[in-house]
Design a protein around this ligand. Structure first.
Ligand code: FUB
Length: 340
């Protein structure tokens, strides 16, 4: 099938987190810009300073018409966030208690990535940041999943979880879990593990409080198993977690999807619990033009959609990306396929 056209062309946008709020589709992407910082494995070239929110009325207009996207303008800037110094990376958003929450990673004053929360009255923003980052959070790429119609201690039939983490520039390899299983400490010399039989580093999960502005559980690893029931191996770069966590639920099954980073695949694993363990199931998307790949999956107008990015407009400059969308489907066994 022909590659879809970029959805947004007047700005560089990436890492699209898509959600449906009040029957309208909202996209919360990173806003890429070129500040001339040379590319390196630390991701310094991804030097973003604000967020825009976009929305779409319908993804199924007449085939000949382009999809109409509304830009709701700047909804949060680095200088509004008391604790952040730079690099507003991939955000996500959630609705609860009649309010909207924007979750975003940024470096703190010491250069460590933390995850912040900003609160708004409308899905289109603006968002007011909390004074401090989400205490206990670290690394990058928050994905917030609100599970509905569940037995919940929170009394509203909902439970919210935050999934996060990213290797290399995202610093996941530098965080070490304490022996009590509760605290995590930073080790600047931390390295991604390697070697035969060594398990890969896991993405992380915590429950969110009903207020959505605090962690309500310790942060713990989200285990991803291979077909033989063992944890994915660190050297299995085609399948191990790198960054870009996303959670969605289809037919009662939890789908955790992510990027494999240096092998550039979008892949997924499934479980019958949002806490896991998850079992690796396969690939969703082959490598795109550019180094990073990052996505979200959402149901809208009775179909399932994959939002992702590539570097078509910038002709392959990896830090200047554009958001795209294509339809996905599910086979009878629950595996995901792209729809032509
Ligand atoms: O946009 C900056 C970083 O690039 C994101 O946080 C990663 O997921 C990768 O897409």
């Amino acid at each position: 099938m022909p590659d879809p056209r970029p959805l947004i062309t007047h700005l560089y946008t990436a890492d699209p987190s898509a959600h449906v709020f009040s029957n309208r589709l909202y996209i919360y992407p990173s806003h890429d810009r070129d500040t001339g910082i040379p590319s390196n494995d630390n991701g310094d070239q991804y030097d973003m300073a604000d967020y825009h929110v976009f929305s779409i009325d319908s993804l199924s207009p007449n085939a000949s018409e382009p999809i109409e996207v509304t830009d709701h303008g700047t909804v949060l800037k680095t200088e509004q966030v008391p604790w952040a110094s730079k690099q507003l990376w991939a955000p996500d958003a959630a609705e609860r208690n009649g309010k909207y929450y924007l979750f975003f990673p940024a470096r703190d004053g010491e250069g460590l990535f933390r995850i912040g929360v900003a609160v708004g009255e409308s899905p289109a923003g603006p968002f007011r940041p909390q004074e401090l980052w989400l205490q206990g959070s670290f690394s990058i790429d928050p994905a917030v999943f609100v599970d509905e119609n569940v037995d919940s201690d929170d009394g509203d039939g909902k439970e919210a979880f935050i999934y996060f983490g990213g290797l290399w520039g995202g610093q996941l390899q530098s965080w070490v879990r304490g022996e009590d299983g509760v605290g995590w400490t930073y080790d600047k010399d931390g390295k991604e593990p390697t070697g035969p039989g060594v398990p890969a580093l896991s993405p992380l999960i915590a429950k969110l409080s009903q207020s959505m502005t605090e962690l309500a559980s310790p942060v713990r690893p989200l285990v991803i198993l291979d077909e033989s029931g063992g944890p994915l191996a660190a050297d299995d770069h085609d399948r191990r977690f790198f960054e870009a966590a996303w959670m969605h639920k289809y037919n009662g099954t939890y789908y955790f999807s992510y990027s494999t980073g240096d092998t550039h695949y979008l892949v997924y694993a499934t479980s019958d619990s949002p806490w896991g363990p998850f079992t690796y199931r396969g690939r969703i998307l082959e490598p795109v033009l550019g180094w990073t790949t990052h996505h979200s999956i959402v149901e809208f107008e009775g179909k399932w959609w994959l939002f992702y990015h590539d570097c078509e407009i910038s002709k392959g400059q990896s830090h200047l990306r554009n958001v795209k969308v294509r339809e996905i489907g599910y086979r009878e066994d629950g595996t995901i396929c792209l729809v032509d």
